[in-house]
Design a protein around this ligand. Structure first.
Ligand SMILES: O=C(O)c1cc(C(=O)O)c2c(n1)C(=O)C(=O)c1cc(C(=O)O)[nH]c1-2
Length: 362
């Protein structure tokens, strides 16, 4: 039997690269794997996403932002000398700020609030996708467990971020009327912070990757980090673009938002309860629609969508601006062979909920 030997590594993996060659190899990884190439980012920058899809991005990315200083603190704890720690600790200050209301995390919260989220909902991280959590946590673990060289090399994606940030900010301002320059203020500071951080990390990697094996480890670390970013966009695409399968417990459009002021609101802000003789109707601009991608009915309101359960769909199909609640209950009673009085009681609760969210009026 012929023994199986692993194929010899290509020459580039065995030879010690010059600093220029190493940098070129690292940049090549970014050119092929950085998240600017992901379809979700293309859609985001080209203005092809709905407001809810942009919200899903802002909400999920918050978790990345919140964990970056945790990752940097793990790395800082492993740095052996004060001169390195002095440099690295600036990253934590950049994200956490020097005082309440300052720093990158705070600016990202403003971004999330700018697209409609309630701050506490974002801070709770309740609605983020599990895949976001897994990939961000994997980055923190990687930096805590691998060699210092690999930990530092994994931050080198920042070499590529100024280009994507410029593209993103210009594209989003041009294409979304609900996005303002103030909302995107987070990115202003990144345009100077990222190159400063990347220069330091690149210099460190060049000086410490002194064997072909160490150079390979640095390249692998950068590849891993590109995957961390890419996976987050895969998860967003799958849940909120196509096929549009939002996992249980993840954010559903309409959740965690600050209620928008609406002229249809009652003066007290809370609409009075419906009665059987009321004739419910959809306010102007609100429509019942079948979402082909998600294969279910949704209520489409300006800048918002609401998921509906089967009962709500059955009722809303009969909301025609002419039938009273009691008439709708009678029709459903006949259709489902059920007691109209019981149905009416259920409908009244459901309609009150929809009216509170300003997608139903009388
Ligand atoms: O907007 C982006 O596309 C983008 C990318 C990256 C990156 O490449 O890792 C970072 C950031 N932003 C960012 O804002 C940030 O604070 C950051 C820290 C790090 C890191 O690995 O330490 N990457 C990034």
């Amino acid at each position: 039997m012929t023994a199986q030997f692993p194929p010899p590594a290509p020459e580039s993996e065995q030879r010690l690269l010059s600093h220029e060659e190493l940098e070129a190899a690292l940049r090549d990884i970014g050119a092929r794997r950085y998240h600017n190439l992901h379809p979700f980012h293309r859609l985001l920058h080209d203005g092809k996403l709905s407001k809810d899809q942009v919200r899903a991005w802002a909400l999920n990315r918050y978790y990345y932002q919140a964990m970056i200083p945790v990752k940097d603190a793990a790395l800082l704890a492993r740095l052996p000398d004060a001169s390195l720690r002095r440099i690295w600790r600036q990253r934590i200050v950049d994200h956490d700020g020097d005082h309440e209301g300052d720093g990158g995390i705070e600016r990202w919260l403003k971004l999330a609030e700018g697209v409609g989220f309630a701050r506490d909902y974002v801070l709770s991280t309740k609605g983020i996708l599990s895949a976001t959590r897994f990939s961000v946590d994997a980055y923190v673990h990687f930096v805590s467990e691998r060699s210092l060289l690999e930990a530092i090399a994994s931050s080198l994606t920042e070499m590529f971020s100024p280009t994507i940030i410029s593209e993103r900010v210009a594209g989003m301002l041009k294409n979304y009327d609900f996005v303002t320059k103030e909302t995107l203020a987070y990115f202003d500071k990144r345009l100077t912070q990222a190159p400063r951080d990347a220069d330091f990390a690149l210099d460190y990697v060049k000086r410490h990757a002194t064997t072909p094996e160490l150079q390979r480890a640095a390249m692998d670390a950068l590849t891993f980090k590109c995957t961390v970013l890419w996976t987050q966009l895969d998860a967003l695409y799958f849940a909120y673009v196509s096929p549009g399968l939002v996992p249980p417990d993840a954010w559903q459009p309409g959740e965690g938002l600050v209620p928008e002021a609406s002229p249809a609101a009652a003066p007290t802000g809370v609409p009075a309860a419906f009665s059987g003789s009321d004739v419910p109707r959809l306010p102007r601009g609100v429509r019942l629609r079948f979402d082909e991608v998600r294969n279910k009915h949704i209520l489409l309101a300006p800048e918002r969508t609401f998921d509906l359960d089967d009962n709500a769909v059955a009722v809303l199909k009969l909301v025609d601006g002419q039938s009273s609640v009691s008439q709708i209950a009678r029709t459903l009673g006949q259709t489902y062979d059920a007691d109209p009085a019981v149905i009416e009681a259920d409908i009244l609760v459901m309609l009150a909920g929809l009216a509170q969210r300003r997608v139903l009026e009388r």
